[in-house]
Ligand binder design. Structure first.
Ligand code: GCV
Length: 652
C-alpha cells in the first residue's frame, strides 16, 4: 500500500478510476458546486450520487441530508457548501446502508490561525516553512494551495487567517493584498474565507500617520479606505484578527484607549462589507496580579461595549496552551459579547512535531466545561507547513482533522474522531479490528501520557525558556519577566508544590462561577488533575489513590514514560498494515518521544526531590540522568549543547 497521507486520500486514489455517476440539478453554476461535483465524480465508478438542491428545515446553507442504498447516494442540501460537505462525507464512507443522516455545523466560523510570517518562517511551526510562498505570489500559484484547501474543507473548516498575529504591517500593503487575493481565489471553491491578522499601528507604519489612535478621524478614515481596498479585490473577505497590547504588540492602550475602542473602530470599517473583527483576549503584563487572572480582569469589564461584528477570541485556558489547563473563566463571563475559543493545534507545549499527542481529548474536556452554545466560532492555531505531509509528524494530521470535526460537531467523541481518521488515512482496508482498536487507543491515550511525563496534577509552564520543548523547572534567566519563568508557576518549596489560587493565594478561583468556584477552592474537592494549578499542596497530602502527593507525582511521571513504551509496542504490531515510509517516520518519532519522556521524568523528579526531601519511588526508577547533567544541558530550538550521552541515543 502506498497511499498519500491525506484526509481525502480515498478521493485522490479514485481519480485514477473511471469515476462515479453524478446526477445534478440544472441551473446556475457556482464555484463551490463545481468543486463539489468534481469531488463526487472522483468517487469509485460503481457509486451513483443523486444531488438535490432544496430548502431543508433547520439546515443552514452549509448543512445537508444524505442517505445511501447500496452504492446509490442521495445528497440534498440548501446550498452549494452543503453539497461540498456532503461530498466529503460520502468520500469518508461515513453513512451506513439504509440510514439517512442530517448534518449542519455547530459553529458558523471554523477557522485556522496561521502564525506564518512574511519571511517564510512560522512562529511555533514544526512542519517546515510557511506553505505560502509570498515571493512567488501572485504570479506563481503553487498546486499545494488547492491541496490545502481540499484538505481543510474535507474536515469542515471554512475560514483561514493567513498570517501571524504578531503581524507585519506589510500584509496590508497593495502588493501583498494582490498575493492574498490569489490565495483567496484558490480557496473560494472550497468554501474557505480568507482573514488577515493586522498590526494595530499599520496606519503609522504604512502611511506615516502620526498616530494610530482609534478615535482619531484620520486613523478611522485610513482603516475605512483600507477595508474598501481589500473588498474591491476580495469581495468575500472575512475580516481582521488582532493581537493588541499583548507581548509588545501595538494597540489602542498605547493611545489611552480601550480594547473596545480599538476593536470597534476596525469593526465599523468592515461592517458595510459584512466583515468582522476577532479581537484576542490573550493579554498579560508584568504586574502583580496572577497571570492566570489578567485576561478576565482586562476584558470582563468591557462586556457589552463591543460592536456586534466583534468577537472576543479567548484561548481555551487562562495561561497559554499548556498540556492541561482549566478552562478560561472569561467563557460565559461576557454574556453581551460574542465569544470564540482559540485552540492550539500546533504542539508548542506538547512536544512539537516529535511527540504523539492527539488533542481531541483536550478539546473534548474543554467542551465538557464550556457550553458550545455560548460560542460563535472556533479557531485553531495551525500545525501546517510546507513539509511533505504538511503537519510534520504524520499522526499530527489527526489533530488537524480533529479540530475540524469538533468545530463542526463538538459532541463527537475523541474515539469516534480517531477511528474515522485511522480508517480513512492510516491503515489499509484489510487491517484487523484488534489493530485498529489498539491504534485508536494509542491516539486517545497520548495526550494524557504527555501530561503525565511533562506536567501531571496541574503543574504548568515548567519548560525551558523560549522554545517550550524540554524540562527546565530550575530555569532562571537574568532579567526575564517572572511570569515567563517556571518558578513562578510551580512554587516548589519545603512545604509543598503548586500555585495557591484560592482566597488565601491569588484568588483566581473567584473568577469561576459557583458551584465550580467552591469546588476548585477546596483542596479536597478540587479535581486532582488540576490540584497544583489551584493549590500549594503539602508533600504528604493523601491523594485518592492512597499515595502521598510526592508518591503520586512519581507514579504519574512513571506512568507517562511507560505509556511511551507501549506506543512503540503497538506501533510495531501495526507495521504490516501501514505504509512503510509513514511507519518508519512515526517510529523514529516515537523513539524520540520515549527518550524525552524519560528526560522529563528524571529532570522534574530529581529537581522536586530537593524540596520534598524524599527520594524517587521504586516505580519511577531507573533514573537515566543526574540533575547536574541535566542542568548543564543548554537547550536550543533544534538542538542542545552539553547533552548527556543518554540524550544522544536517538535518530532525531
Ligand atoms: C504568536 C505564546 C507563544 C507566542 C505566541 C503567543 C500568542 O506566548 O509562545 O509565540 O505569539 O502565545 O498567542 O500570541
Amino acid at each position: 500500500m502506498n497511499r498519500p497521507l491525506l484526509f481525502i486520500s480515498c478521493l485522490v486514489s479514485a481519480f485514477l478510476a473511471e469515476g462515479a455517476v453524478v446526477n445534478v440539478p440544472g441551473g446556475k453554476s457556482h464555484p463551490v458546486l463545481t468543486a463539489a461535483y468534481g469531488e463526487l465524480r472522483s468517487l469509485p465508478a460503481n457509486d451513483t450520487v443523486n444531488v438535490r438542491l432544496a430548502k431543508l428545515d433547520n439546515l443552514g446553507k452549509e448543512g445537508y441530508e444524505l442517505s445511501r442504498k447500496g452504492h446509490t447516494y442521495t445528497l440534498s442540501a440548501p446550498g452549494a457548501e452543503g453539497v461540498l460537505y456532503g461530498a466529503f462525507h460520502i468520500a469518508r464512507r461515513g453513512v451506513a446502508d439504509g440510514v439517512t443522516v442530517r448534518e449542519s455545523p455547530r459553529f458558523r466560523t471554523r477557522i485556522l490561525n496561521h502564525w506564518d510570517n512574511l519571511d517564510g518562517t512560522v512562529e511555533r511551526g514544526y512542519a517546515g516553512r510557511s506553505l505560502w510562498k509570498w515571493d512567488e505570489l501572485p504570479g506563481t500559484v503553487s498546486p499545494r494551495y488547492k491541496e490545502y484547501a481540499r484538505r481543510i474543507a474535507s474536515a469542515g473548516i471554512n475560514a483561514t487567517v493567513l498570517n501571524n498575529v504578531n503581524a507585519s504591517p506589510l500584509i496590508l500593503s497593495a502588493p501583498y493584498l494582490e498575493k492574498v487575493k490569489a490565495l483567496a481565489d484558490v480557496f473560494r471553491p472550497y468554501g474557505i474565507k480568507v482573514y488577515l491578522s493586522v498590526n494595530f499601528a499599520s496606519p503609522m507604519a504604512l502611511d506615516s500617520l502620526p498616530t494610530a489612535d482609534p478615535l482619531d478621524p484620520a486613523v478611522r478614515k485610513w482603516w475605512k479606505r483600507k477595508a474598501d481596498e481589500i473588498y474591491r479585490l476580495i469581495p468575500d473577505f472575512g475580516g481582521f484578527l488582532v493581537k493588541a497590547n499583548s507581548e509588545g504588540q501595538p494597540g489602542p492602550m498605547d493611545f489611552g484607549r480601550t480594547h473596545a475602542d480599538g476593536a470597534n473602530m476596525l469593526a465599523r470599517a468592515l461592517k458595510p462589507h459584512g466583515g468582522e473583527v476577532m479581537w484576542r483576549a490573550f493579554v498579560y503584563s508584568p504586574i502583580d496580579a496572577d497571570r492566570a487572572k489578567q485576561a478576565y480582569m482586562e476584558f470582563q469589564p468591557l462586556d457589552g461595549k463591543f460592536e456586534p461584528n466583534v468577537t472576543v477570541q479567548i484561548k481555551n485556558g487562562p495561561v497559554d496552551f499548556q498540556p492541561r489547563e482549566p478552562y478560561s473563566p472569561l467563557f460565559g463571563a461576557m454574556p453581551s459579547t460574542p465569544e470564540m475559543v482559540e485552540f492550539q493545534i500546533t504542539q508548542e507545549y506538547l512536544g512539537h512535531a516529535n511527540h504523539l499527542a492527539f488533542l481531541a481529548p483536550m478539546w473534548e474536556e474543554f467542551f465538557s466545561y464550556v457550553d458550545p452554545s455560548g460560542l460563535t466560532a472556533v479557531a485553531g492555531v495551525a500545525n501546517i507547513g510546507d513539509d511533505p505531509v504538511m503537519t510534520g509528524h504524520p499522526l499530527a494530521d489527526a489533530n488537524l482533522w480533529a479540530f475540524g470535526r469538533l468545530a463542526w460537531n463538538p459532541a463527537l467523541s475523541s474515539e469516534e474522531i480517531a477511528r474515522e481518521w485511522i480508517d480513512n488515512n492510516l491503515v489499509n482496508p484489510d487491517t484487523p479490528d484488534s489493530i485498529r482498536r489498539d491504534l485508536v487507543e494509542m491516539l486517545t491515550d497520548s495526550r494524557e501520557a504527555v501530561v503525565d511525563y511533562m506536567m501531571p496534577l496541574g503543574l504548568h509552564h515548567i519548560f525551558a525558556f523560549g522554545h517550550h520543548y524540554g524540562p527546565e523547572p530550575w530555569c532562571d534567566v537574568e532579567g526575564a519577566r517572572p511570569d515567563w519563568l517556571p518558578r513562578y508557576y510551580h512554587k516548589a518549596d519545603s512545604t509543598g508544590l503548586g500555585f495557591d489560587r484560592t482566597p488565601s493565594g491569588s484568588n483566581a478561583v473567584e473568577q469561576y462561577p459557583e458551584p465550580l468556584r467552591s469546588q476548585l477552592a477546596d483542596i479536597d474537592s478540587c479535581p486532582e488533575e488540576l490540584l497544583l494549578w489551584f493549590h500549594h499542596a503539602p508533600w504528604d497530602k493523601r491523594m485518592k489513590s492512597g499515595r502521598t502527593l510526592w508518591e503520586e507525582l512519581c507514579h504519574r511521571y512513571a506512568r507517562g514514560v511507560k505509556k511511551t513504551g507501549e506506543f512503540q509496542t503497538r506501533w510495531n504490531a501495526a507495521r504490516p498494515w501501514i505504509d512503510a515510509a509513514v511507519w518508519e517516520d512515526v517510529n523514529d518519532r516515537l523513539v524520540t518521544q520515549a527518550r524525552d519522556a524519560q528526560w522529563w521524568k528524571d529532570a522534574c523528579l530529581l529537581y522536586f526531590s530537593q524540596f520534598s526531601g524524599q527520594t524517587v519511588t521504586e516505580e519511577a526508577l531507573p533514573l537515566m540522568h543526574t540533575l547536574d547533567e541535566l542542568e548543564k544541558v543548554i537547550l536550543g530550538i533544534d538542538n542542545y549543547t552539553n547533552p548527556p550521552a543518554s540524550l544522544l541515543n536517538s535518530k532525531r
